[in-house]
Design a protein around this ligand. Structure first.
Ligand code: GLN
Ligand code: ZN
Length: 761
């Protein structure tokens, strides 16, 4: 029996690589030191992986920024603007990752996108008509040799040609098919070189195969690999898929001469059926992904062995390698870093390091005919039969009592809109912001001092209130119509609510790479979620007491809270979303009874977990995610106005679902270059009023009044004036104070100017 992993985290157990790279960016760390730090991390990890008993140890899963970007650089997909900077290869690479502004020029970073259905972001390769795809760079070979020198034979890992070409952005007239031949040649060279170096296996990642593919896609895939596999000589080629099943091309995969095929049996709902119904090529090794690479709960050996035993009916046992479902990049390093977490919790979790132990134990159990009496098996079984202390009868009761009414707001939108007109008496094109105001050093210091015990809770709250006073006064002075309190009490929009809800657990060091050097620390949903006391009411009530204008209450929605947490595995996502919704609903109701008449429920991450396959969009996600949002606000008074916010505008394909959230107003990002969303809103008779951001808050640039006026006018060409709000495109917390004030002043002047033109002052 053998075991393998697809990839390992690389940022360092204590985020050493992050700090080293950031130090290098700031000029505080020399290149030599950065390279040495990186080498140390690689070497220590290889040694640890070898010690764990793993049979296939990955190399080239390391990256200074991102694996897709590594592949782009290795294939010479480096746009001319970066080459023209004439930097060395690492700095050219960093320029693509984060832009370059200095004596050699001024170039923006390549865009970033979410890596399938994870919270990891990859850099989108840009391919121009004159891009010459060819092997460029030695990293893959250097890492292989480096590990070999340390006495460890590795399995180099690369992103596959088909996934690479499908995810790249073609800037000119040429399209994917025009680059296939050169790409195949480059990959052939990689294979040949690794073969010469004596590598036994190469893992080629093709996660794109789990997405919806059409006939032409499958043909391209087949053509690429038919050619590529002619050149493999003695090297064994493993095609690795993850994040789902390969239903559109399983037959093609098994008829190609791969030496290994990696399938995901955790997220791949059809994987087992595919093997059963179509068989599996004899002599080919099945890398069976059964240890979840995305979540942090212990593996159920009962379930995994059942899958493995089922598989062994179709694949010879000796040809089954026990694998993770995807790279362990998506989970934190180790539970050993969680000194403050009690053993009763830790007993149920497995981070990357603990998953290695699971692989080793599963390997032994799979090879043991009498595993049912094996101690590891029995302990694991006991864990899953004993209940975690996580149920809350009251929550359960509320959940079973839910009826259709709880998901339906009354009266309907148009009637509410009429009432709101008289109730709020807002001008045409009302102005507002998305919630947060700059998190200045002072604001952060206040939180830090409380944490260190340097100030009391009462002092802390007083300080927050002083900031709220300033913020309200500022917005009054600028002339904004719907005010916010500024969110000075929040570190993060999910963590803040998690900390105030029962059923949540927090870690100290459980960082997961989100992009480049940025890491996130998702909280863990441990048990049934409930709210025991008001969370935001005190500050909101205070803010509203300072002004006659409406202050908008600011909450994070259930789907976003869920999507940015590690979810439970013993109940469904739907159940968790509804529990969180019920907790936030109580907050809505308390805000309302304390005089807050406008409430924004942010769903910044709603689209993130939209299933990879279109056929699953509704049945597996939207059919409960949208109701979860409605559950939060269905009980409010007719006069209460509900807002929501999303950090993106790419929801053209789910416009109807967004409308079905039944909010009164939605704000979202809308850069001027991309007003296609507004056409989609029109075409679908979108009912909800909209606030497409009139300027980009991700840059320190202050937008001119004229610029904002033309943005508003462009929107008015397609939207009715009584449906349009004027606001920035996201929260202002990352911005400086001066630029924020200047930008908002211009925003208000612009709204006023357009209003006057429309004859409404
Ligand atoms: N209300 C939040 C803020 O303004 C929204 C943040 C977000 O959309 N990511 O910061
Ligand atoms: Zn946003």
């Amino acid at each position: 029996m053998r075991s393998s992993i697809i990839g390992y985290p690389r940022i360092g157990k204590q985020r050493e690589l992050k700090f080293s790279i950031e130090g290098y960016f700031k000029g505080a760390v020399f290149l030599e030191k950065l390279k040495e730090d990186a080498w140390k991390i690689r070497r220590e990890q290889w040694a640890a992986l070898a010690d764990s008993g793993l049979d296939f140890i990955p190399s080239n899963d390391f990256s200074f920024y991102d694996g897709m970007l590594d592949m782009a650089a290795s294939l010479n997909a480096i746009p001319e603007s970066y080459k023209a900077l004439e930097l060395d290869s690492l700095n050219t690479y960093f320029a693509m990752a984060r832009g370059y502004q200095g004596e050699k020029g001024d170039v923006k970073a390549l865009p970033m996108k979410k890596w399938f259905n994870t919270n990891y972001h990859y850099i989108v390769p840009a391919i121009d008509d004159d891009t010459q795809i060819k092997l460029n760079g030695e990293d893959i070979f250097a890492y292989y040799s480096e590990a070999l020198d340390a006495g460890i034979k590795t399995k180099p890992v690369i992103i596959g040609p088909f996934t690479f070409l499908k995810l790249a952005d073609y800037k000119g007239k040429k399209k994917l098919k025009d680059f296939v031949a050169d790409t195949v040649t480059a990959y052939c060279e990689i294979i040949t070189r690794l073969n010469e170096l004596g590598a036994e296996w190469i893992q080629i990642d093709e996660p794109i195969l789990v997405t919806d593919l059409n006939v032409a896609d499958v043909e391209t895939f087949t053509a690429i690999y038919t050619e590529l596999l002619k050149h493999k000589h003695d090297l064994k080629v493993l095609i690795q898929t993850y994040f789902g099943d390969v239903r559109d091309c399983y037959r093609e995969i098994i008829s190609l001469p791969f030496d290994g095929i990696g399938l995901d049996f955790v997220e791949g709902s059809n994987s087992l059926d595919l093997v059963r119904d179509n068989g599996f090529s004899k002599d080919t090794v099945l890398f069976a992904g059964i240890v979840n690479g995305k979540n942090i709960w212990k593996n159920s050996y009962l379930k995994s062995l059942k899958t493995l035993n089922d598989l062994s009916q179709y694949v010879e046992k000796k040809n089954i390698v026990i694998n993770t479902s995807c790279s362990l990049l998506h989970v934190p390093y180790t539970l050993k870093n969680e000194k403050e977490l009690s053993e009763s919790y830790k007993a149920r979790f497995a981070f990357a390091e603990e998953k290695l132990t699971e692989l080793t134990e599963l390997k032994a159990l799979f090879g043991d005919e009498n595993y049912l009496s094996n101690e590891n098996y029995c302990n694991n079984l006991a864990l899953f039969t004993s209940k975690a202390n996580s149920t809350n009868e009251e929550v359960k009761g509320k959940m079973t009592a839910l009826t259709e009414k709880d998901f339906t707001r009354q009266p309907v939108f148009n009637e509410r809109a009429k009432l709101h007109k008289d109730f709020f008496k807002l001008p045409l094109l009302p102005t507002t912001t998305i919630g947060s105001f700059p998190q200045t050093a002072e604001v952060k210091a206040n939180r830090a001092k409380l944490k260190k015990g340097e100030i009391t809770q009462a002092q802390y709250e007083e300080n927050v209130k002083r900031k709220i006073e300033e913020c309200i006064a500022l917005q009054e002075e600028i002339g904004i119509d719907v005010l916010v309190h500024g969110e000075f009490e929040r570190n993060d929009m999910v963590e803040y609510f998690g900390e105030h809800l029962n059923g949540y657990l927090f870690t100290r060091n459980a960082w997961v790479q989100s992009y480049g050097t940025r890491c996130v620390k998702p909280p863990i949903i441990w048990g049934d979620v409930s709210r025991s006391e008001p969370i935001t009411v005190e500050y909101l009530k205070f803010a509203q007491s300072l002004t006659k204008k409406p202050v908008k209450g600011m909450l994070t929605g259930p789907v976003t809270i869920l999507n940015w947490s590690f979810p439970r595995e013993d109940i469904s996502l739907k159940e968790m979303a509804f529990q969180i919704a019920l907790a936030i609903k109580e907050e809505v109701s308390d805000l309302e009874s304390n005089g807050i008449n406008i409430i924004q429920i942010d769903e910044a991450a709603l689209k993130e977990k939209l299933p990879i396959r279109r056929a699953d969009w509704h049945s597996e996600y939207l059919d409960w995610a949208i109701p979860a949002f409605r559950l939060v606000h269905s009980g409010v008074k007719a006069t209460t106005q509900i807002h929501t916010h999303m950090c993106y505008s790419e929801f053209v394909e789910i416009v109807k679902d967004i409308d079905a959230m039944d909010a009164d107003v939605i704000s979202f990002e809308a850069s001027r270059s991309n007003l296609t969303i507004i056409d989609a809103l029109n075409k679908n008779n979108f009912i909800t009023a909209v606030g497409p951001g009139v300027y980009d808050i991700h840059s320190p640039r202050v937008p001119e009044v004229e610029e904002i006026i033309s943005a508003i006018n462009a929107m008015l060409e397609k939207l009715k004036s009584d449906k349009l709000w004027v606001n920035p495109d996201c929260g202002l917390k990352t911005r400086g104070v001066d630029e924020t004030i200047a930008s908002l002043k211009n925003l208000v002047s612009a709204a006023k100017a357009v209003r006057e033109k429309l004859g409404n002052k």
